[in-house]
Write a protein that binds this ligand. Structure first.
Ligand code: MG
Ligand code: MG
Length: 250
């Protein structure tokens, strides 16, 4: 069921979203060579709790950590660990925070030091594909318009689209209806309405978009071991477009 959020609910979702944004900003100086990804997880959990919020993912369907930290070929749902970040890595950090029962969800892929040119290309165009998808959001358009725009943009740049995972509605649950795929057919799927809150999250790959799941039953990785990137914002559909909730709040 797709729910439309009230003004009060959107205010709470915006606070949750801003806490997610602040957590990203807080972590950025720490994302460098030499840090263990488990250390980033601890920093994020303490920061989120200091904002009177709770980590959305910890305990979600048994997920054991605050952050999903997916390095290089890992697409999503990587486990924070004793892995030490090194120069040339890319690291997707997916953050969810819950404030007074309402969630925010945003992922960003960061560079560690200097990365290869082709990896730079992947990051630049995966981030752009997120905004290309978001541009489709306004009342009357449909969910398929978002996915179509992302998929076409990825194709133009010869990047793979991981199709097994989707964006989603966000509210009192971090994942709710509708599903927001990163592919689609224009003018199909649920119609966007003012007050809908959705997370759009393209996951693109440099090589084949085929994936496999690790033995931990969570972490998704590219089958060919090539790098992948992931960018996500939670947004609210407004009267004439959309507003990003997991940003500065401006
Ligand atoms: Mg996320
Ligand atoms: Mg999400």
């Amino acid at each position: 069921m797709i729910t439309l959020k009230s003004k009060r609910e959107i205010e709470l979702l915006a606070i949750a979203g801003n806490i997610v944004y602040q957590t990203h900003k807080y972590l950025q100086p720490y994302i460098k060579e030499g840090i263990k990804t488990i250390e980033l997880d601890k920093l994020a959990e303490d920061f989120i709790r200091s904002k009177d919020a709770t980590p959305s993912f910890k305990g979600y369907s048994g997920f054991p950590y605050t952050l999903c930290i997916s390095v290089n070929s890992e697409v999503v749902h990587g486990f924070p660990s004793d892995y030490v970040l090194k120069n040339g890595d890319i690291v997707s950090i997916d953050i969810g925070a819950c404030y007074k029962g309402y969630h925010g969800d945003s992922a960003w892929t960061y560079k560690v030091g200097e990365v290869d040119k082709e990896v730079e290309f992947l990051l630049e165009h995966t981030e752009k594909s997120l905004f290309i998808g978001l541009e489709q959001i306004k009342p009357g358009n449909r969910v398929g318009d978002i996915g179509y725009a992302i998929e076409q943009y990825a194709k133009e740049h010869k990047l793979g689209v991981v199709k097994e995972l989707c964006g989603h509605g966000v509210g009192t649950s971090v994942h709710e209806d509708p599903e927001v795929p990163n592919y689609g057919i224009p003018n199909t799927g649920p119609r966007l309405k003012e007050g809908m809150v959705i997370a759009v999250e393209p996951m693109l790959t440099l090589g084949s978009p085929r994936i496999f799941i690790h033995d931990n039953d969570w972490t998704i990785d590219t089958a060919d071991g090539r790098p992948s990137a992931h960018f996500e914002h939670t947004v609210v559909v407004t009267a004439d477009g959309y507003k990003i909730l997991t940003g500065t709040g401006e």
